[in-house]
Design a protein around this ligand. Structure first.
Ligand code: ZN
Ligand code: ZN
Ligand code: FE
Length: 758
């Protein structure tokens, strides 16, 4: 081949290019074009050397950029001329290790259509095999022990391939060419059932027995891709109640798995965009609007809410198990514990929870909860970014320092920045116990190890009492690197601006949130910032209200309501719900009043989440919560039922920072209750009030663009009302698309702030 017009080029491709069939794709392309050379993985991505006539080499480069394999995401391509060689073939070469890696770890992908066809084809050698996968689908991040992504570095290393699998694995024309988790009934993992400590049937028998347990109202602990699920019949109220009791999960909604989009439509309204997300390769739980008559699932799935989280089967085992009966699929843990991933650990921890265990012998190296998304205005609006998405990086506007950020306390994720990429971990959970702290520690070590980086800076929240902040301080000290404490809402703002890839100069960002430690020691959460690159100024906030007992009020909205009434100068009249002795005892109220009057053990708060709580308690929607945001979510369900209504009044100060006074709102809510306004109308008018607050501040400050972030914006009814008003006024609206508006997105904001990027 060497001669006139022959060139050899080295092409390096960065991005999500490993574990997605990129090397076989390049091999096929090059072989078809008669080119010679090589392709391989290194820790930074894929490297290609290709030799042949200039036009053909350039055509190959253009083709791989224009039409990469479906799951690949190319971030950059670098081309350099290198000396030609004497060779006759195009080959795939062994992986190369380098010291610092910036390659992306591939994510777990739901079973593809081809594999599904084989799963149900009686003539196929993988007929009904629960671990069928190929280069386009299957487990990835959850089985990866190290990079580059090759079989020996995964938990499939313990399953030597049979001759048939070996042949497919090495055949460039095969769909399973270099599919690392390749397996078949002859050589791969198996399933079996355990109940009452005894091992029941294997394979087909195990699946049949598990279906029988489910049909009989039992609870099955099922080992999956990212951990154990607890499953039960979603149409059986007794089974659901039993699961709630055993799990210690009172009201928090359960996710439901349904066979397909048509089944989802029997339970909830599913738009075209929502159907696309449901059937997408990430297979997240999609939050959908439930039919008013509950459809065919029991109301115990999501009590008091107008939404339901549905997902489709994403592993071959799910496909084999699910029939027309929708299944509750909730993470395999007791409330507040991390999800179980290890079989021995699950046997112990879930022994009292499950009637049977559907086990398999493929090790889950990294536990990864199901992701949760909504669809807002035609795009994904993440609620929990985990399986299927983690640890895909977000592209940063420019490279910065290598930062490890640990998030806040609730819904924690980690973030590691390497060059101009920010890698977010899976959902770790609420870092309030030793168990979740251990999970945080493991995840940090794993990510740093995968990318072979050592952080130059560690970032955490400003809150003095967070376990994650203590961990970060210890880590920073051990490594001898600086620790940067980033204010909670500053981090939310930076997270949104990075997520929205905002480069347009200073912008007004609204951060409505539950709890965040402010720079003045108060609990913030109803905040407006003027934010630009490297600058942030608090320009407006809700007026402070004293919160007796601080964070303890979060579980008891009636206490927050009483505090708000006191601050608004509204007497605690006995006809008001939070004053009712069925809700709070006379003694409790007496102590509360003393605390407020003497300002003892009261923390001032500007939290919008707490204002939602106060209104929810006043409207008798909820007085005590069993999960974060419950009162606000139930208030939203009532508001959505009423449609749009007139706002209540509120105060706006003249000076900067602008103070928004919710006292007139509280008084109006009380007056409305006395006039016996329906709770739906109160809820709806309150939502309109909050939207109006944003509109007024944006007008006063003459903002051209307004960002919306913070946990309160998980409320899509509010998000809708606010965006609509801002757009009507001609303003650009920035909302999240890649990371959650809640504390799951915090680590990204901390990382870009501490790294000097945002
Ligand atoms: Zn497949
Ligand atoms: Zn095999
Ligand atoms: Fe927050």
């Amino acid at each position: 081949m060497v001669g006139g017009g022959v060139v050899r080029r080295r092409i390096t491709v960065r991005g999500v290019v490993q574990g997605v069939g990129f090397r076989p794709f390049v091999h096929q392309l090059a072989t078809r074009s008669g080119l010679t050379g090589l392709v391989g993985n290194d820790t930074a991505g894929v490297f290609i050397e290709v030799q042949g006539s200039r036009e053909v080499v350039d055509a190959l480069r253009a083709e791989l950029i224009a039409h990469p394999p479906p799951l690949a995401r190319i971030h950059s391509v670098h081309v350099a001329d290198v000396p030609t060689k004497t060779e006759t073939h195009f080959v795939i070469v062994a992986s190369q290790l380098s010291t610092v890696g910036t390659s992306s770890v591939p994510t777990d992908v739901g079973t593809c259509d081809e594999c599904l066809r084989e799963l149900f084809d009686p003539t196929d050698r993988r007929f009904r095999y629960p671990f069928v996968n190929c280069t386009h689908c299957g487990p990835r991040y959850t089985i990866v022990r190290g990079l580059p992504y090759d079989r020996p570095a995964t938990t499939m290393a313990g399953f030597p391939m049979c001759a048939d699998c070996e042949r497919e694995y090495h055949d460039p024309a095969d769909r399973r060419f270099h599919a690392q988790p390749i397996a078949c009934p002859a050589c791969g993992p198996r399933v079996w059932l355990e109940s009452g400590g005894a091992r029941g049937g294997d394979d087909e028998d195990a699946i049949r027995e598990a279906v029988k347990v489910l049909a009989g109202g039992g609870i099955v602990a099922m080992k999956g891709i990212g951990g154990f699920h607890l499953a039960c019949d979603a149409t059986n109220p007794d089974a659901i109640l039993r699961l709630r009791e055993r799990k210690g999960r009172k009201g928090k909604p359960f996710a439901v798995m349904v066979k397909g989009v048509e089944h989802a439509r029997r339970i909830a309204e599913v738009s075209g965009d929502e159907a696309a997300v449901l059937t997408g390769p990430e297979r997240p739980i999609v939050m959908l609007k439930r039919w008013a008559d509950q459809g065919e699932v029991d109301d115990g799935i999501a009590p008091g809410l107008n939404s339901v989280g549905l997902m489709l089967p994403y592993s071959p085992l799910h496909h084999l198990l699910i029939d027309d009966r929708p299944l509750v699929m909730t993470s395999g843990n007791r409330s507040d514990e991390p999800i179980a991933g290890d079989s021995a650990d699950a046997r112990e921890r879930l022994a009292d929870l499950a009637d049977a265990f559907l086990m398999h012998d493929r090790i889950i190296h990294t536990v990864c909860d199901d992701s949760v998304v909504r669809v807002f205005a035609g795009h994904e609006y993440p609620v929990r970014r985990s399986r299927g998405y983690a640890p895909l990086p977000l592209k940063l506007p420019r490279p910065g320092k290598c930062v490890l950020a640990v998030g806040g306390e609730l819904k924690a994720t980690l973030c590691v920045t390497v060059g101009d990429h920010a890698y977010l971990s899976q959902h770790i959970g609420d870092v309030e116990s030793i168990d979740t702290l251990a999970a945080l520690d493991r995840t940090a070590e794993h990510l740093l190890d995968l990318f072979r980086v050592s952080p130059e800076v560690v970032a955490c929240d400003l809150h003095p009492g967070y376990l994650s902040a203590d961990w970060a301080a210890g880590f920073a000290e051990r490594r001898g690197v600086p620790l940067v404490r980033v204010q909670h809402h500053h981090a939310h703002v930076a997270s949104l601006l990075t997520d929205a890839n905002w480069q347009g100069g200073p912008v007004l960002v609204v951060c409505f949130d539950g709890t965040g430690y402010g720079t003045d020691g108060a609990i913030w959460g109803g905040e407006f910032f003027h934010a630009g690159t490297g600058t942030i100024e608090r320009v407006a906030h809700l007026k402070y209200v004293p919160l007796p007992g601080g964070d303890t009020a979060i579980r008891k909205p009636y206490r927050t309501a009483l505090a708000h009434l006191w601050a608004a100068g509204v007497p605690w009249a006995p006809e008001l719900w939070p004053v009712n002795s069925a809700v709070a005892s006379d003694a409790e109220r007496r102590v509360l009043r003393q605390q407020l009057e003497r300002n003892v053990n009261c923390v001032p708060t500007s939290s919008m989440g707490r204002l939602f709580d106060a209104v929810a308690a006043l409207a008798c929607v909820r007085h005590e919560v069993s999960y974060e945001g419950q009162a606000a979510m139930e208030l939203e369900a009532h508001a959505a039922a009423a449609g749009s209504c007139e706002p209540f009044p509120f105060g706006v100060s003249d000076s900067l920072p602008i103070e928004l006074d919710p006292m007139p709102t509280l008084s109006a809510v009380v007056a409305g209750l006395r006039r016996r306004l329906p709770v739906e109308v109160i809820a709806s008018r309150f939502h309109a009030t909050v939207a109006e607050m944003v509109r007024v501040v944006a007008r006063v400050l003459n903002a051209t663009a307004v960002g919306l972030t913070g946990g309160v914006f998980q409320n899509v009814t509010l998000l809708d009302l606010v965006s609509e008003r801002l757009r009507t006024d001609g303003r650009t609206v920035l909302t999240h698309r890649q990371v959650p508006c809640n504390d799951g997105g915090l680590s990204l904001g901390q990382a870009v702030t501490a790294g000097g990027i945002q």
